[in-house]
Design a protein around this ligand. Structure first.
Ligand code: NZQ
Ligand code: ZN
Length: 380
């Protein structure tokens, strides 16, 4: 196992009825901005629960954060923060709302001229942020317990991430009941995103980290086990709770301790969303089998361990096939043509973009523009 620093400052408030707990954690004496999305929280009662918990607080609201949150929208929220002298942000929604709140929290005290610099520098230019809390309504991203955010920019068709220790939520409420209203498509997306997060920190090469392997495999096995149940019975609390906690553990710094990470699937996937607008998890389901196939030899030790332990198959190729079949079982397509995307067009655009940025990803740092293009061609 390599040396590591493990840090996670977010307090998790997990379970039924836990929204009530926020009243003592959100400041009463300062203006608070409640940030939310397109209105799902108004239909499922979460909005009313938050308002009831914060009666007596100085609440200002900003609704309208879209999926794959836009820089342009966040800048409108930032103007409100400045206008109202906001000192705390409360994000209520899915990963997009949480990520937007993180960006606004960092932008509010950013000393530079253009907040987009935060994304361009992937967070290294962030030296402070307003404190934020979260009420999560969609298990998927892990944003509720990490320092990451992914923001898109309409004007340039970019989708970039940043990471900073300053934007961890100080608390996050995870009440599985708030997710009962999710459409099946979003549950499917959440299952796949969490699954791929565990894989990005696991499917590399053996790193003498036995516990880390078992932790990642536990998340994968739990997701495989609860997936059919939580899709078939959206109001089954037990399976939804397991999904929610799995998604948090999948990307809260625990699985990455002491082991190499891949993340090429995410980096290629973000470009597919930026260029073609497909959902984050959809992009991952298309790309990951391609990355694994391209790296079959280098990943073979972990692929066959994963095959044996998760799917009861002996070889690496069969493990990839099982993974794709699992995605299909969730009604998740895995080919570019399923989304009407021309593979040659995607290969050219993503290849050129990686080349112009001079970036390369993967645990060996070898997934550059040309390789990304080859992977995408194979996912037609
Ligand atoms: O906007 P509303 O009306 O709330 O509807 C949302 C949205 O349409 C809806 N929804 C959320 N909770 C609901 C609900 N509908 C009914 N009942 C509920 N309880 O679901 C739709 C999708 O929401 P969104 O927040 O976009 O989904 P998700 O949580 O999957 O977030 C995706 C974003 O997170 C980024 C992705 O790139 C993408 O931009 N990621 C963030 C990460 C992080 N911060 O660590 C890591 C991930 O790898 C990912 O990149
Ligand atoms: Zn993801």
């Amino acid at each position: 196992m390599e040396s590591f620093v493990y840090r996670n400052p977010t307090e998790i408030l997990f379970g039924k009825g836990m929204i009530g707990e926020i009243s003592s954690r959100v400041p009463v004496d300062r203006p608070v901005l409640m940030v939310w999305g397109g209105g799902s929280i108004k239909k499922n009662g979460v909005y009313d629960q938050v308002k009831a918990a914060l009666a007596g607080h100085q609440l200002v609201e900003f609704g309208g954060i879209e999926p794959n949150p836009l820089h342009e929208t966040c800048m409108r929220a930032l103007a409100l923060v400045q206008d109202k002298g906001i000192k705390f942000l409360l994000a209520v929604g899915g990963g997009s709302v949480l990520d937007a709140a993180k960006y606004v929290a960092a932008a509010a005290v950013f000393p530079g001229v253009d907040p987009w610099e935060i994304l361009r520098t992937h967070g290294s230019s962030v030296t402070a942020a307003l404190p934020l809390g979260a009420v999560l309504t969609l298990p998927a991203t892990g944003s509720e317990s990490n320092g990451n955010a992914v923001i898109s920019r309409k004007s340039t068709s970019e989708k970039l991430h940043f990471a900073s220790n300053y934007v961890y939520p100080v608390f996050s409420v995870l009440d599985p009941e708030t997710t009962f209203s999710l459409p099946a498509k979003q549950v499917r997306n959440g299952l796949v995103d969490a699954f791929v997060h565990a894989c990005e920190q696991y499917m590399t090469f053996p790193a003498a980290a036995l516990l880390q392997d078992r932790l990642a495999e536990s998340v994968l096995q739990t997701l495989v086990e609860v997936a059919p149940r939580t899709l078939a019975n959206p109001r089954d609390y037990a399976s939804r709770a397991d999904l929610m906690w799995s998604a948090t553990i999948a990307l809260n710094n625990l699985l990455s301790c002491g082991v190499p990470g891949d993340w090429a699937t995410h980096m290629i996937g973000h470009e597919l969303t930026a260029f073609y607008g497909i959902d984050h998890a959809e992009s991952l389901a298309v790309v990951m089998p391609g990355v694994w196939t391209y790296k079959l030899a280098a990943k073979s030790a972990k692929l066959s361990q994963y095959g044996r332990r998760i799917w009861n198959v002996a070889d690496a190729r069969a493990a990839i096939d099982k993974t794709e079949a699992f995605f299909h079982s969730l009604n998740m397509p895995t080919r570019l043509q399923d989304f009407g995307i021309d593979a040659e067009d995607a290969a050219r655009k993503v290849g050129e973009r990686f080349a112009s940025r001079k970036v390369a990803f993967g645990e060996q740092g070898d997934i550059n523009g040309a390789v990304a293009a080859e992977i995408l061609r194979a996912r037609a």
